[in-house]
Write a protein that binds this ligand. Structure first.
Ligand SMILES: [Zn+2]
Length: 459
């Protein structure tokens, strides 16, 4: 393994990073099924977790030969991995490579308790680099670019070191400040080095842009940034946030998505800006399921569902039929860029989903509506889920910041207007409470939590 792919610089200006991105479906299926059989044989030999799971389900590893066969395998959910990690720390019963072959570990940014640790061999790291390079390349990073790093660099979060490595691998230069380095430092680096690209969480990059006049005495759109690549939360796919980012920075926005359990980036948006392409078919089998029935459904334009991933060719911490918790809509299956992987937008995660009188509600969908109601609102909201679990039979409480310089006199009118918009667009009843502008914490290193579990002091 080396820092940089040997032919990285030759790819400048190319239409895609790897030929698999434009392969036809038949070729991809042949390759996936071959690698699936190899992976099953590898797991049969090395994975205590899957030996156990397959035995419990009464299935044999060598029965799983095709993509259709894969549907016979039970899902792996986050709790399975937590139990596995606890049973055999630090890497769990699903560690399948010798510890002497493991050269790196990473951790999921878990919201509660211990993070989930994953192990990587040298080959796994090279695979992660390759997949992330495809994602970054689709999103507009070119070899030779300076890339300002606005994701968190610490805590073992995959937006940190693995992204640095992937950017090196593709012949670009990472400016490793990180969200943890602070807004001032990021903006100074931006003014000094004039990167063409910035990567980071969308809400955080909006905040960084807002601080530019104060820190640098000029606005973010004067800094020469051409491309923003956002991920880690749904904001990049929310039209109002995307538009605000493009205006604030004078740059194009593309988004990417992945995770920690399979890699870093598995989905990258091309310059058509109409959703993120699957770009990893040779290393990850992705299935779309109906989250209510768990049935596999085809990737067709307009379909919604939850993503399920199977690693093929992973050495250290492979998972099979891992339920990602990412809920997506297929925006298209064809694209002018030539890539053949389906295009998606993610509209929420299972962890964030609330059920209000039987209706599934994602806080990001409410945020989208509130953002469109500027300047009457400040575009900032929180759901107040002051009940146990995820289900309520009451009207859902939503706190919305009043727009800056807007009078309190119109609060009642505004809350009724937002309640009506929510009812019309999202089919559930909300109780909207208007609060002062800038009362909620600004986005920083951590993801923006749109849901509050306790009533804030000011109410
Ligand atoms: Zn495309």
């Amino acid at each position: 393994m080396s820092y940089r792919r040997h032919d990285a610089l030759d790819k400048k200006g190319a239409e895609y990073w790897h030929p698999i991105e434009v392969s036809n479906n038949e070729e991809i299926i042949v390759l996936q099924e071959k690698k699936l059989q190899q992976q099953m044989a590898y797991l049969a030999k090395n994975s205590a977790l899957y030996q156990q799971k397959f035995a419990e389900a009464g299935i044999q590893f060598d029965d799983i030969k095709t993509l259709q066969d894969l549907a016979k395998v039970p899902f792996t959910v986050k709790q399975d991995l937590r139990d596995s990690l606890q049973a055999a720390p630090p890497f769990g019963l699903h560690q399948t490579a010798a510890t002497s072959d493991i050269v790196q570990m990473q951790a999921s940014s878990g919201t509660t308790g211990s993070p989930a640790y994953v192990a990587l061999t040298e080959n796994d790291i090279e695979m992660w680099n390759e997949l992330s390079a495809r994602g970054f390349f689709a999103c507009g990073v070119q070899p030779g670019d300076f890339v300002l790093h606005g994701f968190s660099m610490s805590k073992g979060f995959v937006g940190g070191i693995p992204c640095v490595q992937a950017i090196q691998y593709m012949g670009a230069i990472d400016i490793p400040v990180g969200a943890d380095g602070g807004v001032d430092r990021l903006l100074r680096a931006c003014a000094d080095i004039q990167p063409r690209v910035i990567i980071g969480a969308p809400n955080f990059l909006l905040h960084v842009a807002a601080m530019a006049p104060k820190v640098l005495g000029k606005s973010a759109n004067e800094l020469g940034v051409k491309q923003l690549i956002v991920g880690g939360e749904p904001g990049g796919g929310i039209p109002a946030i995307r538009e605000a980012l493009e205006t604030a920075w004078g740059a194009k926005v593309c988004e990417m998505m992945g995770g920690t359990d399979l890699g870093v980036i598995y989905w990258g948006e091309c310059s058509e800006q109409d959703g993120m392409h699957m770009i990893c078919q040779d290393h990850i089998i992705v299935e779309l399921i109906n989250p209510e029935t768990n049935e596999v459904i085809p990737f067709e334009k307009g379909t919604t569902g939850e993503l399920v991933y199977t690693a093929i060719g992973r050495e250290a911490s492979p998972v099979v039929r891992f339920k990602s918790g990412d809920h997506i809509i297929v925006t298209d299956t064809e694209c002018g860029c030539g890539r053949t992987g389906p295009k998606i937008r993610c509209f929420g995660r299972t962890d964030d989903m609330l059920i209000v009188r039987g209706i599934n509600v994602f806080p990001s969908a409410i945020q989208d509506l509130v953002l469109q109601m500027q300047p009457e609102t400040n575009g900032v909201m929180r759901v107040l889920a002051d009940f146990d679990g995820h289900t309520t039979q009451e009207n859902l409480k939503v706190l919305v910041e009043r727009g800056a310089n807007q009078s309190k006199e119109h609060d009642l009118e505004l809350s009724e207007k937002i309640q009506k918009t929510i009812r019309d667009s999202l089919s559930f009843k909300a109780k909207v409470i208007i609060v002062d502008a800038d009362i909620f914490e600004k986005p920083g290193v951590a993801k923006v939590a749109l849901t509050l579990r306790q009533t804030p002091d000011f109410l």
